[in-house]
Design a protein around this ligand. Structure first.
Ligand SMILES: NC(=O)C1=CN([C@@H]2O[C@H](COP(=O)(O)OP(=O)(O)OC[C@H]3O[C@@H](n4cnc5c(N)ncnc54)[C@H](O)[C@@H]3O)[C@@H](O)[C@H]2O)[C@@H](O)CC1
Ligand SMILES: Nc1ncnc2c1ncn2[C@@H]1O[C@H](COP(=O)(O)OP(=O)(O)O)[C@@H](O)[C@H]1O
Ligand SMILES: [K+]
Length: 511
């Protein structure tokens, strides 16, 4: 990975790390109120784009700096000719620091939400008539589930059915995990500052944010050197430097040869999907190794993918002795049980780049440590691509949010773990992690995961390092899903991959 990535827009910061960026900037000579001014002005600009001229805007302000951003936005929007109603969750006497300064600078009339578990009918009515509600209740400082008037206000906002702009995060969403313990605001748009947080990408946070924009508030990227971020947004910027560009003087063997081990006659489709995707992802050659009974059906369906008959363990070892097969994929449609465990062990002992998916994961619940030892002894990259169910079987004691679970699993197994779903997390044993957000829900279709495993193998075959190959594969899978669009089935993904790769290569003009 390019070391400059820690300064890039792909960086994600936890609320604590964002606080550190804030403190480093302030100690570097930029007053906190200046950061808050820029943040509040960015919120006002975003709000102005969401409403007509002379609109009615209700701004809900919490007791901390999130509320401070709200006061600045209120001042700017009033100056721009909008009618702004300001509601404080706590009396202004409780404000301090930059938020108090922002309140004083605002100098506009406001009301304080009375204590209790409900809100006044008049406030609920006002929210229902607003052209826009700005949620500046809680952001990075949320440290417990909402309760009392804060909770009542959030519920009223969601009941109002009006457009909502959240400041930094929808109130109630945990910036580090995306969790919404209790309740949270459902926003149409969110303006955050400097860099995104994991909670903007992990569900349910991502859905609650609506569209996210990141405003520059004058924090310099240089502060990131001290913070040392390790969690990233899975965007091309993160891994473009490792994108495998074919050597103009090369040949098919210089692009790698992936072998996919397929299942018996009754379950051949999954491995074929993987093999086709590996070829589309750029592997120079792909061989589908099948048991004898599956040869005919595979032969009837395949053209560019090559076939090899593998009647048993001995034949498998013979095939793997050929070092030109530089990447192995096993699992899709392979079958669950002891034979699969033995096959996986034989593969990992060959110390090749390896992708273990589906049945290759499901075969190990009571033998997980055995698997992790084999992975630890293999210096080549190993990718595990579980969905939540497969993950729970392999790592039954690992709990927590998705980011924490994927990172712990990677650390324990020594593999790159791709924990799949709408917000797939890719985690490396060295602590790096990336969160993906480009996958459309149409990807939840039979065989879609087999395609992802195949793309991963195709990239590993071209020599891409494990973490980067997994990130590239997950992103391309998402792009292929968007390209194929509604109504897609897994067979559509490999052809759509061509357009996704073309768009990527055109963008980088790197060929
Ligand atoms: N770089 C930065 O860190 C910047 C931060 N800014 C704003 O500052 C915000 C963070 O400010 P704060 O750290 O003051 O945090 P918040 O304003 O998000 O909330 C903190 C306050 O809310 C209370 N609180 C937390 N959870 C609660 C709950 N569930 N119920 C009731 N009260 C609760 C806390 O005790 C504290 O008083 C960011 O979200 C952003 O909007 C901006 O002003 C610009 C710069
Ligand atoms: N709601 C969703 N939104 C986006 N992507 C999804 C969603 N649900 C599943 N996916 C993706 O679809 C793929 C499904 O893989 P998997 O569960 O292994 O299915 P299969 O075994 O049928 O191939 C994964 O890459 C996953 O991230
Ligand atoms: K907020």
């Amino acid at each position: 990975m390019n070391p400059d990535i820690v300064f890039s827009n792909a960086v994600l910061l936890t609320p604590e790390e964002m606080g550190q960026a804030d403190r480093l900037t302030i100690s570097g000579g930029v007053p906190g109120i200046e950061l808050m001014e820029r943040a509040g002005q960015a919120v006002a600009r975003a709000a102005a784009k969401m409403v007509p001229a002379a609109a009615r805007i209700s701004i809900l302000c919490g007791p901390g700096n999130n509320g401070g951003d709200g006061f600045i936005a209120a001042r700017c929007l009033t100056a721009a000719g909008h009618t702004v109603q300001i509601h404080l969750l706590k009396a202004s006497e409780t404000l301090n620091g930059d938020a108090l300064e922002a309140f004083v600078r605002m100098g506009l009339p406001h009301t304080v939400v009375p204590d209790g578990d409900g809100i006044a009918v008049s406030l609920a009515g006002e929210l229902e008539r607003a052209d826009l509600i700005i949620d500046a209740l809680f952001g990075a400082g949320l440290d417990r589930p909402l309760a009392g008037p804060g909770l009542a206000l959030v519920k009223a906002v969601n009941r109002s059915g009006r457009r909502v702009l959240a400041v930094d995060l929808p109130s109630g969403v945990n910036g580090a995990t995306g969790a919404d313990p209790g309740a949270a605001v459902r926003a149409d748009a969110t303006v955050t500052f400097f860099r995104r947080k994991p909670g903007h990408l992990l569900n349910p946070g991502r859905t609650l944010c609506g569209s996210v924009t990141v405003a520059d508030i004058g924090i310099k990227a240089g502060v990131l050197e001290k913070i040392g971020p390790s969690v990233f947004h899975n965007i091309p910027e993160l891994w473009l430097g490792d994108w495998p560009r074919p050597d103009p003087l090369g040949h098919k063997y210089t692009r790698g040869h992936a072998v996919v081990f397929g299942g018996p006659m009754s379950a051949t489709g999954a491995a074929r999907l993987s093999a086709g995707a590996a070829l589309r992802a750029g592997a120079g050659l792909v061989t589908l190794a099948s048991p004898p009974d599956a040869m005919m059906v595979n032969a009837c369906h395949l053209t560019a993918v090559m076939l090899k008959k593998v009647p048993g363990a001995e034949a498998m070892e013979e095939l793997l002795a050929d070092r030109r097969f530089n990447t192995v994929l096993i699992g899709p449609g392979y079958g669950v049980g002891e034979e699969t465990r033995a096959a996986v062990a034989a593969i990992l002992k060959q110390k090749r780049a390896t992708v273990l998916d589906a049945d290759a994961l499901t075969s190990f619940p009571n033998h997980a440590q055995e698997l992790f030892t084999l992975i630890g002894d293999n210096p080549a990259p190993v990718l595990l691509t579980p969905h939540d169910g497969e993950f729970a079987r392999l790592f039954p004691d690992i709990e927590g949010d998705k980011l924490v679970r994927a990172r712990r699993a990677a650390e324990r197994s020594g593999a790159v773990v791709v924990l799949k779903g709408p917000d797939t997390v890719i985690a490396a044993p060295d602590g790096r992690a990336a969160i993906n957000d480009n996958a459309p829900p149409f990807l939840a279709t039979a065989g879609s995961g087999d395609v992802l495993a195949g793309i991963s193998a195709g990239l590993l075959a071209q020599g891409v390092p494990g973490f980067e190959a997994a990130c590239q594969a997950v992103w391309l899978h998402g792009e292929a899903g968007r390209e194929a669009g509604p109504g897609l089935i897994a067979e559509d993904l490999a052809p759509a991959l061509k357009a996704a790769i073309r768009a990527l290569v055109d963008k980088t003009a790197g060929g």
